[in-house]
Design a protein around this ligand. Structure first.
Ligand code: SAH
Length: 220
């Protein structure tokens, strides 16, 4: 098992190297690496896909959704540049894998999942595996989670047609948000939003990606 995770990490690092000109990231943060080594991805995939749990690819998790490709999980986590006292909001819990990775790198993770059955499954997993700094709820992440805002980091793992205003508002000055923006199955760009200490935004495209679409009401 250790060997399989190490092999996956080697693949992630080689893809990192391959995409470094686009992403501006040429070295995976050692802390992110340690988190990837610590989280057993096989505990987050359906039993039928156990053999593929450590492949560097997305996998179906039911309800038409997927667990993201590990390289993308690594890149998005890395882009957040988390510190251990940080609070993070994730939109799109899915399997819970991304939230579990984040839980190793910050103080508290809040995560929202649109499909109630997936939210329930993820909650059970977090409890079973002892990740007690993750709070998960079912709902539409379009409005963020105002009760726990502001956040040092926000990560969205479904493709939105635009950056939801509420998420920008709930980002702390000095905070970072990573979000795939674009149309379903058409060009989507993984986008990094940085809010400086004065509240000024800088927005940068990082890489072309293919995420499942953001669901529910989100007015354009
Ligand atoms: N981060 C996940 C990847 C999940 S795929 C993982 O590590 O496994 C994207 C998820 O976003 C799906 O589960 C989908 O149901 C969810 N989603 C889509 N639109 C949403 C919305 N408006 N609010 C919250 N979750 C949403």
């Amino acid at each position: 098992m250790k060997k399989k995770i190490q092999h996956l990490l080697d693949e992630i690092e080689s893809e990192y190297n391959y995409t470094r000109r686009m992403t501006g990231k040429d070295r995976l943060d050692p802390k992110v690496k340690a988190a990837l080594l610590a989280i057993p991805r096989d505990k987050f995939v359906p039993k039928t896909y156990l053999d593929s749990a450590f492949y560097n690819g997305p996998l179906p998790i039911g309800h038409g959704q997927t667990i993201s490709q590990p390289y993308i999980v690594a890149l998005m986590t890395d882009l957040l540049e988390l510190e251990k006292d940080d609070t993070v909001l994730e939109i799109g819990t899915g399997s819970g894998y991304q939230a579990a990775i984040l839980s190793q790198l910050c103080k508290q993770v809040y995560t929202i999942e649109y499909v109630p059955a997936l939210a329930d499954m993820a909650k059970t997993r977090f409890e079973k595996l002892g990740y007690d700094n993750i709070e998960c709820k079912a709902g539409n992440g379009y409005d963020g989670w105002p009760e726990h805002a502001p956040f040092d980091g926000i990560i969205v793992t479904a493709a939105a047609t635009h950056i939801p205003e509420a998420l920008i508002e709930q980002l702390k000055p000095g905070g970072r948000m990573v979000i795939p923006v674009g149309q379903q199955y058409l060009s989507q760009e993984l986008t990094l939003v940085e809010k400086d200490e004065d509240g000024e935004l800088s927005i940068r495209d990082i890489l072309g990606v293919a995420f499942v679409p953001f669901q529910g009401e989100h007015p354009v």
